[in-house]
Write a protein that binds this ligand. Structure first.
Ligand code: SAH
Length: 228
């Protein structure tokens, strides 16, 4: 079942990211190999699914992130089984699926699974992502919620990990509040709409974030109350 053309293209891409040092851990490698990216790209973009590039999601002006960016963020997040994760910016659902593979691996019994709560502000994309996640078997591991992700999702807080997949002018205060002590957030931050620095923050006992910059990135802008 796995040895089809798509799987082979995926192995090739992931091997390249490994040789470039982008994929560092066997766990991130496994998650990228498990998720069929061609099921998450816009249908007209299917033949480009295993090019390492962001691809447009229909006419929405939004994009599915490049695979190397998903790998970089997942390495920084230090994911593991049982973690509760919040994502702002579901898009296609692809990144959420890779995170679900790490926090809720099928090799473990359900009691030991974590969960991914993913927030999307564009109705059509929330629907698109739900369909993709359902077709590929992630429904019980990822919840897609149509909501302004800059406000977080207090109903299921706190979270061990938070990832934001759109560029924000600053860290939205509700996301800091909804992060557990010792929890980690990864977010592209920047004074310009289309260029950001990828920032990692760890919440300390005093409730503050200790942050460090991890280099330049380019995401679509975060909208909503604490977005642009
Ligand atoms: N993680 C996605 C790619 C995200 S692109 C994937 O794997 O495909 C950024 C996404 O963030 C877009 O879908 C955009 O609509 C969404 N977005 C932008 N501002 C948002 C907000 N305030 N709340 C929730 N989603 C937002």
């Amino acid at each position: 079942m796995k040895m089809n053309r798509e799987y082979e293209s995926r192995v090739e891409l992931v091997n390249r990211l490994k040789s470039e040092g982008v994929v560092k851990t066997p766990e991130v490698e496994r998650c990228l190999l498990e998720v069929p990216r061609h099921e998450f790209v816009w249908p007209s973009m299917r033949r480009l699914a295993y090019e390492d590039t962001p691809l447009p999601l229909g006419e929405s002006g939004q994009t599915i992130s490049a695979v190397h960016m998903v790998a970089i963020m997942n390495e920084l997040l230090e994911l593991g089984p049982g973690l509760r994760v919040l994502e702002a910016g579901t898009g296609s659902g692809y990144h959420a699926a890779t995170v679900a593979e790490a926090v809720s691996p099928l090799s473990l019994p359900e009691e030991r699974w974590g969960h991914v709560f993913s927030l999307e502000i564009v109705h059509e994309l929330a629907e698109f992502a739900r369909r993709n996640l359902e077709r590929t078997g992630y429904t019980s591991r990822v919840s897609v919620i149509e909501r302004d992700g800059s406000l977080g999702y207090v109903e299921a807080a706190p979270y061990d990990r938070i990832l934001v997949t759109a560029g924000a002018p600053g860290i939205p205060p509700p996301l800091i509040e909804q992060l557990s002590v010792g929890g980690k957030i990864v977010i592209p931050l920047g004074g310009e709409r289309f260029f950001q620095e990828l920032v990692v923050g760890v919440k300390t006992d005093s409730g503050e974030l200790r942050t460090s910059g991890m280099g330049g990135v380019a995401f679509v802008p975060l909208r909503g109350k604490y977005g642009w």
